[in-house]
Design a protein around this ligand. Sequence first.
Ligand code: GZL
Length: 370
Amino acid sequence: MLALAMVASLAACSSSSSSSSDTTAAETEAATTAAEDGSEEATEAADETEAADSTASDGELITVGFAQVGHESDWRTASTQSCQDVFCEENGYELVFVDCDQDSAAQLDAVRNFIEQDVDYIIIDPIVSTGWDTVLTECEEAGIPVIVIDRTIDDSDNYTAWVGSDFTAEGYAAGEWLNAYAEAKGIEISGILVIEGTTGSSTQLGRTEGFEEIAENYGWTILDSQDGDFTEAGGQEVMESYCQSYSGQFNVVVCQNDNEAFGAMTAMDAAGISYGVDGDVILISFDACTAGLEYVQAGSINADFECNPLAAPFVAEIIEALEAGEEVESTVYMTEHWYVAEEDVLTTITVNGEEQELTYVTDEIIEEQY
Ligand code: GZL
């Protein structure tokens, strides 16, 4: 079967507005299906792929297949843009980009399509942390190095390197900040509601594990913890349900990403529940995307625990080292900050005995954020 991945041929890396033909896994599948029917779309896609293959075969460009989680959040958009900015023709790359639309089966298909196309490297941001061993073995047998970014793969270590964040540490930091903040403000924590990220993602697993461990240490009550799928709609839906079920029982909401927090704010506004620095509910978020930090600066979100999406430059360094026959680090952690809305309440927290800085959000920080 002719396996097709539509080539996301990218404009120069110069601007974030570089156009690219984003391809969802569904479109790739459609093109593959169409290929069997010999339809026009398939011919077009085949021409694009052939063109890319012929260019890559000149040995001028390094072809990188990137199976991205989806397009569910501001964080994901920044992650995708970072890869498109780095892995472009100007920098010596041809990027074959597939948006897997939060569909794990489609993500495995995308990786197998990359093997069929015999790309030089494969980047995976795994939607969920298990189900990877077989396809990673296929990559190894094809002689294609795999670099994992962001989320982790927990049922195989058959890949060259991982670049990302410590999600459990993020959960610990959120819990310790909440304890120190409540003490400093004289707030008695009555009940906590959590809106989790995509179930089974290492992000959801880590942030949940870290925060729940701290909650248990301090004897807090987590009233409920449901999946908001890292989307604004998901956050709003779960928060609407919480406002119905737990009215008057909670004064902390923890959202495992900013887009869920945006949805939760909409739901609490509709329910007449105040939140943030001057509100009845402490609102905690993760990611610290630009829009999230704007809400922190406005006092709507009390604290936002950053997860840095800009892994691509570190991946490019790994690929360049591999191209030069050098050894590479198997694990690279991103640098992150814990952002707060109030400059004069806390400046540090202690997490597992280590003092960690808190960062007050300024216009300059927002200007620089992703
Ligand atoms: C985090 C990343 C998560 C973000 C969400 O590493 O995988 O997925 O926290 C995104 O915004 O959807």
